[in-house]
Design a protein around this ligand. Sequence first.
Ligand code: NAI
Length: 718
Amino acid sequence: MNNPHDIRVTKADSFAHIQRDITKDGICVLTFDRPDSCANIFDRVTLEELDRYLNLLEQDAGLKGLVLTSAKKSIFIAGADLHSLADAMPEEIDDLIGFGQKVFSRLAALPVPTVAAIHGAAMGGGCELALACDWRVASTEKETRIGLPETQLGLLPAWGGSTRLPRLVGLPKALELILAGKVLSGQSALRCGLVDALAPKEHLLSIALHQIERGKPHRCAPWHLNNWLVADLLDLKLCGDLKRRTHGHYPALFKALEVVLESVSSTEAESFAAEREAFLELIKGETSHNLVRLFLQTERAKKVVGPDLTPVQRTAVIGAGLMGAGIAQWLAARGLPVVLRDIGPEQIGRGLATIAKLFDEGRKRRVFSAAQMRAGMDRIQPVVGEASLANVDLVLEAAVERMELKKQIFQNLAEESGPRTILATNTSALSISELAAATRAPERVVGLHFFNPVHRMQLVEVVVGRQTSPEIVQRAMRFVRQIGKLPVRVADRPGFLVNRVLMPYLGEAGRLFEEGARVDDIDAAMIEFGMPMGPLRLVDEVGVDVAQHVARTLADAFGDRIPVPKVLAWMVGKGAFGRKTGAGFYTYKGKHIATNITVHDFPTTLEARWLSRQELQWRMVLTMLNEAVRCVDERVVETPEEADFAMVMGTGFAPFRGGPLRYVDHVGAEFVVAEMDRLVALGLKRFTPCELLRRMAASGEKFYQKEEINGNLEKRSA
Ligand code: NAI
């Protein structure tokens, strides 16, 4: 398409973060382009620049329209600068929210038509900027994602988003988007009325300039959707749904619901004031504090740091079972060729079928097109027995969990592979150092512990053996980031970090069952705590046999402190392996899941029969806290942040609590120790608090002491 507007006519004076161009038709184009960054974000300086441009634009009698766009490859505006928000004082936050509202309202009030030309992520503040424009045009590219994800951070849209979105798309849709923190493709945004037109990236600007010709829209809020009756009905339905879903743990959802519902019967000014007040209240709370920090930690984990190492280009996966197939599919989907090796055609066939199914599910969810799926399958090269691995940059072993077998595989791998090939194992609990010592290249052996299901779990533990070279560790960390997963570096200790902390908790759930607590009560107690599923249900998902195997490895290492619950062997004896056999603690028939009444044939004792859910919950939680503290003490991970991050990402540990160590800080080590001592006094020796917990209880020290002093919690309470 020709561009009749010929935009690059006047290169007007520009500021550092936003450039200004004027077309010969008198349309101003403001291009966001944050220096030295691949992303645009809204910080104070960027808002001030926009404010200063608005001074000029308001006085420009010849102005015909305004287009806002971005110079970045895959980001329109990624949202507010969370780093500065996380460290700001309440007054500063209040001021920033007020300032943002004022700037966006000035934009909305310009007498000329305004258009947001969106290519890439328009999140949070970026989306709110677009909402303050008269029109929105989005690119058709997959990088374009538009939404208000603030509730995921325990906050709500407060730069006008909670007010303008319902006025644009109606209450039901606005609430659906805001409460779920949903992010939409350009196509979906068009369908729900959030954007007005789509264009391929290369025509985005010219379509946006055309849009100016449509003038200022005479929009009126969709009254059939935005009236008190609809608001009351939605309140009734959604409030109950939210309480059931979140057990009241996410206050931002209730605040957002309240503010958005009220916005339709308030003036804009009243609604902005409500947004601002609610935002301030939420950001002072612990939930948003924890969620924002987890988000920042995730962003850090995604960043590739260190020397510029050549990315991995060719891979091999040994073992085409559950994990091997899952990993091979993930690698192939990210464009990497994979040699997939197993012991026989039958095993390879099963693996390929799993991979094809995973691709097909992705296609149905529109993650891949049919062509991408075919290309992904073509990248898998199935091999039975030997294959040349000389040109492979990384081999990942995912054969059965037996040390002798793995040693043999690694001895051969060290011979077959090139001198720089990373030799990685996906073992859940075996010692990397022992495995490495059996090979001729121990410095190249590293653990890459993926979690099941591979395509859903973002975390990968990078396990450093005694002899693993620093270069291999760096390359392995980089590889994990290259394939879009989040690495956490852990020491080669039994169970590494995640399973080490998880198993005592699952074990405690098993013991409570053995002592007469009901399956439903045990699981409900932990769902109420904020876990995504109960521990017994999780055992079923992992596989009762797999759980038993990992539990044994930990029991071998730690003895009585982490005993294996007897019920696991009893269930394995009855063929109840969990979900994969249709029965475990629950029965699985299609989508129907019910408690398996036959597990109650297990000869339980009565000690835990009448424990309250609160007590059940507390016992299970304490085991996790104690073990997580030990891991930090033993330097399984370098920092408390890493431990918390890994537990949230690897097990879904109640994210709003920020992880087990933040939770220890929250309730206080002194209280945790007192509670554990109470249980020890009841004869439950396994609750003996670890040394570090005792020391912290005595000194009042916290894991996040520094942050509390320097960060805003301290300032908040001042
Ligand atoms: P699986 O039993 O589903 O698959 C193992 C595959 O390895 C089988 O296809 C088998 O034929 C193959 N195999 C056996 N010997 C071989 C050899 N010499 N050469 C090539 N292939 C060989 O096991 P799964 O569950 O996939 O586990 C694999 C590894 O991943 C284990 O080390 C396990 O501990 C670990 N892991 C398992 C998780 C899970 O949830 N199942 C989670 C994280 C790690």
